[in-house]
Design a protein around this ligand. Structure first.
Ligand SMILES: Cc1cc2nc3c(=O)[nH]c(=O)nc-3n(C[C@H](O)[C@H](O)[C@H](O)COP(=O)(O)OP(=O)(O)OC[C@H]3O[C@@H](n4cnc5c(N)ncnc54)[C@H](O)[C@@H]3O)c2cc1C
Length: 500
């Protein structure tokens, strides 16, 4: 039985829909999540996650639910210059490894378990969205189950997380602008390759570029660009795959677990929102996988949107805060798409001449030590910060609109990650000293379910001693200033939430 009316209808129970549902469920928001498919999609897709994605999954509470391989480095090989680029990914940032590989169906199962653990969440698989109308005060949607039975559901907000061919996106008149790559790519996942690679390598041969990497469960992935004239049907056969894998010793003994052919796209729509309808994940933006950021951008969307919806639905914030979803997330997702396109021109340069120019240029650039350090430390990757959005403008010691660093705090019981102390609503965090709110602001802060946390002096936060900050539930810094001004910072932050 489907509910007649919910707070939020989530259309699409892929990884981004599941993460969004889990986060909304945490607030007790009434969610109906539907998917036209009966179960989790198992074809090979996302394989890499970065430290930001792991931090979001820490917040969702699923880190224990899926296996990961830490990747120490990413290398680039040219047929003309040999090894011409390296990214050192051996460090941890904000408490998590810079790069891991994972098995997407296992992560999706963990996200679904988390979502389904909330009493306010109803899940309907094999249920398709047929259409909807935004009536201004609510959205009315028509759904159909596998037997053809139709039902009408009303919701306060409808979120299209229905993937790259999103019907929701089309229904709100959003075009997907950008580029479609014409090349076919054959993705092959194998299990049991002897002497497996321990990192990620890009073989940037213009005739046949091949990203190649290790994944959990003794898996290996190759992504082969197909040449003109090589058809999907012909290249997906066991013999063709064996021929492609032949240069890697021992692959004849491995089991081919999954394969699929894709064409990549670099596209985004022009608005992530129309009225009460929002887009997130691949429904809003798609990227070629060279930077491994498609799903990660979707997870950022989910974390950005969930707390704002929850705050508006429970009347703790003005509906205007929802405008910041588009102004924060869209430019950031576009920047990630640009990064992936740039990497794409190195990985698949198109022809030998372009390969020599591009790979040679990078090789020369790497002779300049600061440039080399910049490239090797993932310097070109867009930072996790928003130039415009829901935060108090101005400069403090922290970057407002940027991610609060996460530290590993040590106490007598061992070490803890500092996000653990952040609440699901606004958190007033003071560093190295206590901060106090005056009684009037304290009452307002409590009404807003705000948390107050004092972090004892710690090496990681030593530059913030005597300072305090207001942190959003998605770990973005909303405001900061001296601890003595805590009441004023809290008051201004609440005003921003109430009057945006
Ligand atoms: C080869 C490849 C490699 C990749 N590598 C990476 C990587 O390393 N890192 C990374 O971050 N990303 C990567 N990606 C991208 C990543 O896989 C996607 O961004 C991610 O899976 C998208 O998740 P989603 O939830 O937005 O959409 P989807 O997973 O597509 O989910 C959409 C869901 O909506 C449902 N649906 C559609 N229409 C309707 C409807 N009308 N009614 C009801 N339900 C509907 C569908 O059944 C589907 O389950 C890769 C992708 C590919 C193809």
């Amino acid at each position: 039985m489907l509910p007649d009316s919910v707070d939020v209808l989530v259309v699409g129970y892929g990884p981004v829909g599941a993460a969004l549902t889990a986060l909304l469920g945490r607030y007790g928001v009434g969610v109906l999540v539907i998917d036209k498919a009966p179960g989790i999609y198992t074809a090979p897709r996302a394989i890499a996650l970065d430290n930001d994605a792991l931090r979001i999954l820490q917040d969702v509470g699923v880190l224990e639910g899926f296996d990961r391989c830490e990747i120490p480095q990413v290398t680039m090989r040219s047929p003309y210059f040999g090894h011409f680029g390296t990214m050192d990914t051996s460090a941890s940032i904000n408490g998590h490894p810079m790069l891991v590989t994972f098995y997407q169906p296992q992560l999706e199962a963990a996200l679904r378990r988390k979502a389904e653990g909330s009493a306010s969440v109803t899940v309907a698989c094999s249920t398709t969205l047929l259409g909807f109308s935004d009536e201004g005060v609510q959205v009315r949607a028509t759904l159909q189950d596998a037997r053809g039975t139709r039902a009408e559901v009303t919701c306060k907000f409808l979120i299209g997380v229905d993937g790259a061919n999103s019907a929701v996106r089309k229904a709100i008149g959003q075009e997907f602008r950008g580029k479609s790559y014409k090349q076919d790519w054959l993705i092959v996942d194998a299990v049991g390759v002897p002497d497996n690679i321990d990192h990620v390598e890009f073989i940037c041969d213009p005739r046949r570029p091949v990203p190649h990497m290790v994944a959990p469960g003794n898996r290996t992935r190759w992504e082969f660009m197909l040449a003109p004239g090589e058809s999907r049907e012909q290249m997906e056969t066991a013999e063709s795959i064996r021929r492609l894998l032949a240069p890697w010793p021992g692959t004849d003994k491995a089991t081919i677990e999954r394969k699929a052919v894709y064409q990549f796209q670099a596209r985004s729509c022009e608005k992530y929102r129309k009225g009460r309808v929002f887009l997130a994940g691949d429904a809003a933006h798609v990227t070629p996988p060279f930077a491994g950021q498609g799903l990660i951008s979707g997870l950022r969307d989910a974390q950005n949107l969930a707390w704002k919806l929850a705050a508006v639905i429970s009347n703790r914030a003005a509906v205007g805060i929802l405008d910041s979803y588009d102004s924060e997330r869209r430019p950031h997702a576009l920047a990630m798409i640009r990064l992936a396109k740039g990497l794409g021109s190195m990985i698949m340069p198109g022809n030998a001449f372009k390969a020599v120019i591009i790979h040679g240029f990078i090789k020369v650039l790497r002779l300049i030590p600061p440039v080399r350090r910049f490239l090797e430390s993932a310097g070109p990757k867009p930072k996790s910060e928003y130039p415009n959005g829901l935060f108090v403008p101005g400069k403090g010691r922290l970057k407002r609109g940027g991610l609060l660093p996460q530290a590993r705090l040590r106490d007598s019981n061992g070490s803890l990650l500092s996000d653990q102390f952040l609440g699901p609503h606004l958190t007033l965090m003071s560093f190295g000293s206590e901060c106090r709110l005056d009684s009037e602001v304290d009452a307002l802060w409590s009404q807003a379910h705000g948390t107050i946390v004092s972090i004892p002096a710690q090496a990681e936060f030593s530059h913030l001693d005597g300072w305090c900050a207001v942190i959003r539930p998605d770990r973005i810094v909303l405001h900061d200033g001296p601890a003595a001004d805590a009441s004023e910072l809290a008051r201004q932050s609440l005003n921003l939430m109430r009057h945006s």
